[in-house]
Design a protein around this ligand. Sequence first.
Ligand SMILES: [Zn+2]
Ligand SMILES: [Zn+2]
Length: 184
Amino acid sequence: MLRIHIGSITEKGLNLEEREDSAALPLLGAVTGDEGIDFTRPIQVRIHATLTGQTVLIHGTAESEVRIPCSRCLEPFDMKMETGFSGTAVPEVPSMIDPAAVDDIELFADDMDVILYSGDSIDLRDEIAQQILMALPFKPLCRDACKGLCNRCGVNLNKTACQCRPQDENGPFAVLKTRAFPKK
Ligand SMILES: [Zn+2]
Ligand SMILES: [Zn+2]
């Protein structure tokens, strides 16, 4: 569900622990489809929420495991994903008041980690999905020493060696090489 019911937050706060399938977080659909990322485990979410007036302070963690293509050799590999998040949830302002004031609040909501809620519950799916997306590495590597693909024949150099010479005599770097190491 990943939803906090305001009424269930006691004076001591509320602790929630939930397991959610990645498919339940619509924002994650984009990466699972286009970028070939798979969540191989449900997302484990822990949330602590406290209430002050109508403002809800939320801290939490989300963890899972993803199968993600290596940015060098393109082989999918499994990696653990863990992220923390925190935010402040405030009630959505009814649009019948000054529209300029609403714009201000929305700007504010974009800048700070402010979540707007309406009614008596806070939907955390988008907030948590965004934090998960930011926690995914920009250039995932299956291992630090991944050798990647040969840029001539395309073989995965982690698995096989190829016959391509690292520097072709007639390649674009041949000139640089003779300059750097002049023959005597
Ligand atoms: Zn790799
Ligand atoms: Zn090669």
